[in-house]
Ligand binder design. Sequence first.
Ligand code: PGA
Ligand code: ZN
Length: 422
Amino acid sequence: MVETLIEDVYARKVYDSRGNPTIEVEVATTEGFGRASTPAGASTGIHEVVPFPKGGIDEAVKLVNEVIAQRIVGMDAADQVAVDGLLHEIDGTNNFSKIGGATALAISIAVAKAAASSFDMPLFQYIGGAFATEIPYPLGNVIGGGKHAGDRAPNIQEFLIIPVGAKSYAEAIEVCFKVHREAGKAIRSIDGSFAGGRGDEGAWAANISDEDALNALSKACDKVQSETGCKVVLGIDMAASSMWNSEKKVYVLRREGKVRSQDEQLNYVIEIAEKYDLRYIEDPVHEEDFEGFSRLVKSIGHKTLICGDDLFTTNASRIRRGLELRAANALIIKPNQVGTLSDAYEAVKTAKRGGLMPVMSHRSGETEDNFISHLAVGFRCPLIKTGILGGERVLKHNELIRIEEALENVKSMAELPSQLTR
Ligand code: PGA
Ligand code: ZN
């Protein structure tokens, strides 16, 4: 315990990739150090924990430095469960509304990093052990819409790719960048006025329709696939909660000024899944519609991953409900949706036990922290969703290249489900 004894905890306000303030925490042990910062979403789920206390980030920073730090100093950084349990105890609510989930997560991750550093181990290995040797595939975001791009962009939030034929992360990410470049050209051929703008995650933000975006993506994938020989499959994040009008019970197509009923939304999803051979569809319907999710799993789940993000919000009890209803076959893991590393692990464990594939994920407002690269390997998630371009995204890809190099003699690419490999 001597080397992992927590001696100091310190918080400060820093900024994320959208220029919004967030919290960064540093934890020092006798022989180690960890620093972590929390990202933020734009299309947040209603069941996510509350990110900051009522007084905002300044209050969160003050709370850590004047109250929480004293309680954590003297604890063992290697006892993650005890630290995370204490954070819940200090907060005393079921949604971290008192201290903030962003506050809790920055402390939780900084403690894990400090423990790993005390043992002179990389974070992924500290978390996952000697057999955490599988490299995830990137789920690259090529074209953006919804809340991540302007009003004239597509309704669908993310047009995604997975280079399932890649033999390494380095190859996989290179293929993603190539598809991104080709998609930029394809967009320009649809919209001559396209000026090369990009949304929050580095995906192209263009004044084109959903169908045009899907066509541009398909075209770009075909080209890169035939040039590189690497198989690439397509997906989307509909982020349907952002389109849902709960009073009128319709999905609003902001771009066209039209609406879709719940049945029309389901039919549309099935139609584009077929037409574009989509292998991955995230949040196809809104976050309370477990039944709509179930209907999609029943009709296309054998050939397409139906992934819950806002539906589950990395929350083990919502995941259990989803399992009972067979509402998905994959899920997004966003640690800041739930507030601590232990809670995120609980979500991964619950999901895997029920046969759901976990996808480790960033947020649209990211920080300079690379912890999700380590969690993807440590928690054995076959996919990592971390956008595409921009320093705050690329640094996560680069960290996976370093992890892959460190595991050179033992690594293998993650095993993918049949929906992606068929
Ligand atoms: P967010 O969106 O980080 O803006 O909430 C990402 C997603 O929906 O996957
Ligand atoms: Zn999502």
